[in-house]
Design a protein around this ligand. Structure first.
Ligand SMILES: [Zn+2]
Length: 385
């Protein structure tokens, strides 16, 4: 089959690729995705036309012989090749790579990804990291690489069982719709700040814990030295233990962080409020001014959804969905401050203005509040005393 261009044996039970593959000099695509028993690939040295090599979820433990001589290789998928050990120098020789996927939750080392830092044509990268320092170094490489159109970076601590969503990270989907996404999973955060790419659009934090002294997001995350506005289209936090509030709103990180789409929080058991009660310049904050969708589920320490002063910052909110928050008593906090009264006129004015508080959310189209036994929407002063 000397003229064969595409060889697709994906999802088969093949254990060894026959040595005759070594002489398929016209081959442009060798697709072996999901061949979980495949542990041997013959030399690829003569396959100079090869553009695409997909080894996703195979059992190989060594890089194929001759990989470094594949000068036309643009697409390489090594995702979930958990036994593979590949040197930095070999990776750094694949200079024409445009699309690279590597690593996995069980990956032994971050070494391989360090070899990608000289790959100037890399447009799309999917990579897993275990070490915060190596992740941070890679993020600064990414910031200097003009070719990058999309990335999906996972920083992940303790091993865990592979879930369906981990396998679904599909490179073809990323090529069609380049995303700029970071996932932080199973990490104890705080010892070394995680540096986020300046152009990141989506951040998922899953099953994270606070290390000693860690507090709101700005104590565990950073944008390096760049404090220009960072627009986040989706911030999704599922289980972040012990955190009481997410933004201090008094630091450069909090000032530059802008939610321009959806905020989704679930199972933050100690969360009391989005922002610190000591945020003294909240009225100037643009953190929430372009937030459109708010979703809160299973946050059992929240008594108030929207703290006093926040409605003024939520003018673009279109949907609110809150569920299963055991202690939620009110949606918008009333003004509990006691005004200083200096005369009868002020007292009369105050008494006349004692109407239920009103809030304006001019763009709101959907309000869903369910499964919250403590919630009473009537203002407290209408309750029988
Ligand atoms: Zn802060």
């Amino acid at each position: 089959m000397p003229t064969l261009k595409t060889l697709d044996l994906s999802e088969t039970g093949i254990k060894r690729l026959p040595s005759s593959v070594s002489s398929l000099e016209c081959l442009t695509a060798l697709l072996l995705s999901g061949c979980r028993k495949l542990s041997f690939i013959p030399s690829l040295r003569k396959l100079k036309c090869l553009i695409s090599l997909d080894l996703f979820f195979t059992a190989i433990s060594e890089a194929p012989v001759g990989l470094e001589s594949l000068v036309n290789l643009r697409y390489l998928n090594l995702l979930h090749t958990d036994k593979l050990v590949m040197s930095i120098s070999l990776m750094s020789k694949l200079i024409n790579l445009e699309h690279l996927e590597l690593g996995g939750p069980l990956y032994k080392t971050d070494v391989t990804v360090q070899g990608t830092q000289g790959l100037k044509k890399l447009e799309v990268i999917v990579a897993h990291f275990r070490d915060v320092s190596i992740f941070n170094t890679f993020v600064s490489f990414l910031g200097n690489n003009c070719a990058t159109r999309g990335y999906h970076l996972t920083l992940q601590g303790r091993s865990y069982d592979l879930g369906p969503s981990d396998v679904l990270c599909n490179g073809n989907a990323i090529i069609e719709c380049p995303m700029k996404k970071v996932v932080i999973k199973n990490m104890v955060l705080g010892n070394e700040k995680v540096i986020l790419p300046a152009d990141m659009k989506e951040l998922d934090m899953i099953d994270c814990q606070q290390g000693t002294g860690a507090g709101p997001l700005c104590t565990v995350l950073s944008y390096g030295h760049n404090n220009d506005p960072h627009e986040i289209e989706l911030l999704d936090i599922c289980v972040y233990e012990d955190v009481e509030y997410l933004w201090c709103c008094n630091c450069p990180f909090c000032s530059s962080f802008q939610l321009v789409g959806r905020l989704r929080l679930s199972r933050l058991n100690n969360l009391k409020s989005f922002v610190s009660p000591y945020a003294d310049s909240l009225h100037q904050s643009t953190l929430f001014s372009r937030l459109t969708d708010l979703e809160i589920h299973d946050c059992d320490s929240m008594e108030t959804l929207i703290a006093f002063g926040l409605p003024a910052l939520l003018q673009n909110l279109r949907t609110i969905c809150v569920s299963r928050c055991e202690e939620m008593k009110e949606i918008v906090e009333e003004d509990h401050s006691v005004p200083e009264l200096v005369g009868v006129d002020e007292l009369m004015a105050l008494l006349n203005s004692c109407s239920p508080p009103t809030i304006e959310l001019p763009m709101l189209t959907s309000l869903e509040l369910f499964d919250m036994p403590q919630l009473d929407l009537a203002p407290s002063d209408s309750e029988p005393k």
